[in-house]
Write a new protein. Structure first.
Length: 335
């Protein structure tokens, strides 16, 4: 039976995404960071200003484009190759009595959850940046405070809170107080974790070689690490800012992929996938695993009732005729 798509639900999804994005606009346009004092002899904030190796604009384009393209190519690859002869096993969708290809629904689902996570991740970053107001390593070079910048000897060991920046670039002065924690690191590691879990769930068969998928995943994390390291070498963040950013981005990426997007629950492995003596089938209500020699008829059946709970397991010996195709028993769930 086809799943009817609701325009109301889609509109609601976009309204929720818009509601999450509103605080981001408020932070960037109207909120000022907390004004923190400093010690003029603090060497950690006296580094020279350097332009970013990876600019914010480049990070946004690359960090969104790569996951989006990987999701697009993965779903296209599955639809045109693995599922070409088994399309009848997958759930179908319709809108106003017109069929909607599952490829479109999948793109909407996985890319949509990715963008929800992007907004959540950035919201967490902005809350920390604007409430803590930690100075960047190049704070003194950009701000050039009227107290303690050139006459530090007279203010040694004094925590200076009353000062005015004499620097000319107001944007850089504003940004110099937003060091904790690293948004670049958080975003890059969020994208790496979400995309890696997505690929692990959706590409359930080897791609020519079993090394292809791990290499792609490793490349994602290598790129994320490179972005994070440049934030230290460019004197944009303290090492602790980068470390916390990596942790927070990773946590949000893992939580979003596994518990919100449910990428592993949406694997859509066609019923009857065989690996040696193991058969696996999934449906919205049951996970069924067959261990044994199906061709000879005797298998051990493990049935997990997803409705009753993960610990409801039935195990018994059954005789299966050779002509029965496991792929005809259970349909996958793409919703």
């Amino acid at each position: 039976m086809a799943v009817r798509l609701s325009v109301g639900r889609i509109v609601c999804d976009f309204l929720v995404l818009f509601a999450i994005a509103i605080p981001l606009l408020i932070f960037h346009e109207w909120v000022k960071p907390y004004k923190r004092g400093f010690y003029c002899d603090d060497e950690s904030i006296r580094y020279p200003y350097r332009p970013s190796t990876v600019t914010r604009q480049a990070l946004i384009v690359i960090g969104i484009l790569i996951p989006t393209l990987l999701i697009l190519f993965t779903e296209l690859f599955r639809t045109l190759t693995w599922e070409r002869k088994e399309a009848h096993l997958f759930r179908t969708y319709e809108y106003r009595d017109k069929n909607v290809h599952r490829f479109i629904v999948r793109l909407y689902t996985f890319i949509g959850y990715f963008f929800v996570g992007v907004c959540f991740n950035q919201l967490m970053v902005d809350i920390a940046k604007y409430t803590i107001g930690r100075q960047r390593p190049h704070f003194m070079d950009v701000c050039r405070p009227n107290v303690g910048y050139s006459n530090c000897d007279t203010h040694m060991r004094e925590y200076i809170t009353e000062f005015q920046c004499t620097g000319t670039d107001q944007y850089l002065i504003h940004e110099s107080q937003l060091s904790f924690y690293s948004g670049h690191s958080a975003f890059s590691f969020y994208a790496a974790w979400y995309t890696s879990f997505y690929l692990q769930a959706r590409l359930y068969r080897p791609l020519i070689s079993r090394l292809v998928l791990p290499v792609i995943q490793f490349s994602l994390f290598a790129g994320a690490a490179y972005v994070a390291y440049t934030r230290i070498s460019d004197y944009k963040h303290h090492w602790s800012d980068v470390l916390v950013g990596m942790f927070m981005g990773s946590a949000i990426g893992i939580i979003n992929a596994i518990f919100i997007a449910n990428v592993f629950a949406r694997r859509e492995i066609p019923a009857g996938i065989k690996t040696g003596r193991h058969y696996q089938m999934d449906s919205p209500t049951h996970h069924v695993a067959f261990n044994g020699d199906a061709e000879r008829g005797g298998v051990t059946v493990h049935i997990q009732d997803n409705v009753a709970g993960p610990h409801t397991v039935i195990q018994k010996e059954v005789q299966v005729p050779q002509q029965v195709r496991y792929s005809t028993l259970v349909r996958g769930d793409a919703n």
